[in-house]
Design a binder for this molecule. Structure first.
Ligand code: ZN
Length: 497
């Protein structure tokens, strides 16, 4: 009887997962290949598939099966795969059953439309064009939060979509540990004269060659192209459709060959996580990154701890010189100084390691004010610019370099931004634990072999998929809780000098 119930539950959960992956294909296509004239119909398609996924997860039969299996799996110390799957189902059905299916569909439609308009508004730097779309999405997101947290922490309703297990109070505590030290370091860096751009980087860098360079960077860190690909989009992202189909996007800047390299390292970091999940979890809801903070810890680890380090560039600089002979005079120390310069700038995804999290703190603050009603969408561009001045000391020249730069709010991804700063913290904790466990890993990396680091991450993070929370995975791998202290110490060591 119990086996039959478990099989029936598994079948329903896997159908939910398959429908979500199908929505992922629609979203991928929408952001990379779809003609704009397809946008209105795509919004309907996207809404229909996500509604079907939602209804599969929270219908009476699934809820009955979750309840029936509770006596067998509700012991927290049961580490079997079946118990992990049941715990995921219990948590997600408890949360999502509070959402009306019509709201799920409306939100999916509104975000599909808003992303299309956002791309145009960003290209034209025209916030007025985007404003009604954002107002519509925000109104639906507020209804969603009220449905999920009728009496409690509204922001957690958003945060919990991306970071289950961490409360708003946890994020506040971690950010209050981070912010004073980070702001002081950033102010000191801003006061130093900006380093000059190396002359070898002043030319034009052909996009076709940049594509080859980006793929070489992804291959060096271990991204498996037989189970993945890189495409192009307005805002880079990654999307895992299955263990055998992990997709990344990048974008190219003809004046800067590093922008694409770091974007690819970031997105391939997400991709490595998805490619590294235990094949036993394939095509189940446990197949994927545990939380977005843990996901961003992987992307930021490869982008920063690896990608801005001496071992990586020792191995990779010859490839850059070979693909762009105009850089053949560029020395290793010159590259390292260039990719590690810290100066306040407008665009988060291109920000240096030091100022990056300040962009995140600004968005976290704005989101909470939008949710409480203290800030209206119409006031957002001005509030954004005021926040940039206060935190980074710079004023964006236009809204494309300000409030319109990120895709997240158009996509309904409120509550997501904090996971970037949390990911930064975790990335340093994991990298240090890996270095302790694999003392020769940087030596190997400087010869172009990322396997010692990658295999440690596979063993300690990737293979678990969603079987554990971010906090559990960090405690097991690093011997302590998620903390801002190692990240701040790392930044001090790098930038205080
Ligand atoms: Zn990311």
């Amino acid at each position: 009887m119990a086996e039959a119930a478990l099989d029936a539950l598994r079948e329903r959960l896997n159908r939910f997962h398959a429908l979500n992956a199908a929505a992922g294909v629609l979203d991928w296509d929408m952001e990379t290949r779809m003609p704009r004239a397809g946008a209105a119909s795509r919004a309907l398609q996207y809404g229909a598939v996500l509604r079907a996924a939602h209804e599969t997860l929270v219908d009476a039969q699934t809820l009955r099966l979750v309840d029936a299996l509770a006596p067998r799996f509700s012991r927290a110390d049961d580490e079997s795969g079946d118990a992990a799957l049941w715990r995921w189902a219990e948590r997600e059905t408890r949360r999502r059953r509070l959402l009306p299916a019509a709201l799920v569909e409306d939100l999916a439609r509104a975000t599909a439309r808003a992303q299309d308009v956002w791309a145009e508004a960003r290209a034209k730097s025209d916030f007025a064009l985007f404003r009604p779309e954002l107002e519509r999405v925000l109104a639906l997101k507020r209804r969603q939060a009220e449905a999920l947290a009728p009496a409690g922490d509204l922001y957690y309703a958003w945060l919990g979509e991306h970071e289950p297990g961490l409360t708003t109070a946890d994020v506040d505590r971690l950010f209050s540990q981070l912010e004073p030290g980070l702001s002081a370091l950033a102010r000191a860096a801003a006061a130093r004269a900006p380093s000059a751009r190396p002359p070898a980087l002043s030319g034009r860098f052909d996009v076709a060659r940049q594509r080859v360079l980006g793929e070489a960077a992804a291959r060096l860190i271990g991204f498996d192209f037989s189970r993945g690909m890189i495409d192009e989009s307005a805002h880079p992202f990654s999307c895992a459709l299955s263990l055998g189909d992990v997709r990344l996007t990048t974008r190219y800047d003809e004046s800067d060959p590093f922008s694409n390299v770091f974007t690819v390292l970031h997105e391939a970091g997400h991709g490595l996580y998805e490619q590294g999940v235990d094949p036993a979890l394939a095509d189940t809801p446990l197949c994927g990154g545990a939380t977005m903070a843990l996901h961003e810890s992987q992307s930021r680890l490869w982008e920063n701890l690896v990608g801005r380090g001496r071992p990586f560039w020792t191995a990779f600089l010859p490839r850059l010189r070979e693909i762009f002979p105009s850089t053949s005079a560029l020395g290793l120390d010159e590259v390292l100084a260039h990719v590690n310069r810290a100066q306040p700038s407008f665009i988060r995804v291109e920000a240096d390691e030091l100022t990056y999290s300040l962009h995140v703190l600004l968005r976290y603050d704005l989101e909470r004010r939008l949710l409480s009603g203290a800030l209206r969408v119409a006031e957002l561009p001005e509030a954004w610019n005021a926040g940039m001045r206060a935190r980074l000391g710079v004023t964006p020249p236009d809204d494309a370099h300000g409030v319109l730069q990120d895709v997240h709010w158009s996509a309904g991804l409120f509550g997501y931004f904090p996971t970037y700063a949390l990911g930064n913290m975790i990335s340093v904790q994991l990298y240090e634990a890996a270095r302790k466990a694999r003392p020769g890993m940087e030596e190997c990396l400087s010869r172009g072999d990322a396997q010692p680091l990658l295999s440690w991450l596979r063993e300690n993070v990737h293979r678990h998929g969603r079987a554990f929370s971010a906090e559990q995975i960090v405690r097991r791998a690093c011997g302590g809780p998620i903390s801002a202290a190692p990240y701040l110490a790392y930044l001090r060591g790098k930038y205080a000098a």
